[in-house]
Design a protein around this ligand. Sequence first.
Ligand code: COA
Length: 260
Amino acid sequence: MDTVSITRAGRVAIVTFRRADQLNAMNKQMMGEITEAFESLSADAAVGAIVVTGEGKGFMAGADIKEYATQTEAEFDAFQKAGARMYAAIEQNAKPVIAAVNGYALGGGFEIVLACDIVLASEKARFGLPEIKLGLVPGGGGTQRATRKLGRNRANHMLLTGGIYPASDFVACGFVAEVLATDALLPRAQELAEGIAAEPPDAVEGLKRLTALALDPDPTPGFEAERALVTALYRSETGQARVRAFAERSAAKAAEKGRP
Ligand code: COA
């Protein structure tokens, strides 16, 4: 892959966008490589969590507008269709995906952030959906995910103004978990990912499916799926071992203190 790299540290995979001289603007080739990277990591049992970041001063400044300018209508349509598969490869990835947003995350770049499970950002991160400035609207699910994840008025504000905002504006609403100094961003994302990747995969992957189910206006399927998962995990070796270990530690402490 030329435009994306995957590095591994234990059970954590780091996906890095590598078109730094173009602020990682996403052309057709890059979209294909991002899809391939996330689809392969989703199926990889050696991976417990994924971090996604960008090289240089951009996370991703959106779709490659210069490529847009040369596309035929059919090519533009095919790019948008391929985009749906790419965003699904991130959002529906079996593994949790942590965005480590290092710089500009605009248009399609912000739509990728919207498809991630947890967002960390550097002080230099900037978010925006500026498509309206090109006479367009987002095509990768940005209107739908921004409304669900940020609330409708905040989404309307971003979409209708096309403005670019610092990551710190997104902490109060809970969208960004932490804003960090530039040098601290990747180490913190890796630390967070390692912690998650160390938990039982069935619980981690199950939780991700359950919070996605919670978007269904009817909570009943989510309640049922949650109960099915907790009963299965309770019967699992890890669940049994951890629950018993807690009770044994508690009993040992009580014995030390002479409590019954
Ligand atoms: N598509 C194609 N190329 C892009 C790009 C994009 N979305 N965003 C940045 N680039 C390229 C620039 O053309 C430039 O390339 P060049 O040196 O070959 O001319 C390079 O990346 C650096 O960008 P530049 O504009 O010089 O940096 P800047 O710091 O002055 O401005 C931005 C940064 C992000 C404000 C500006 O690049 C921008 O507005 N980009 C477009 C964002 C956008 O509309 N995204 C939504 C697309 S649907």
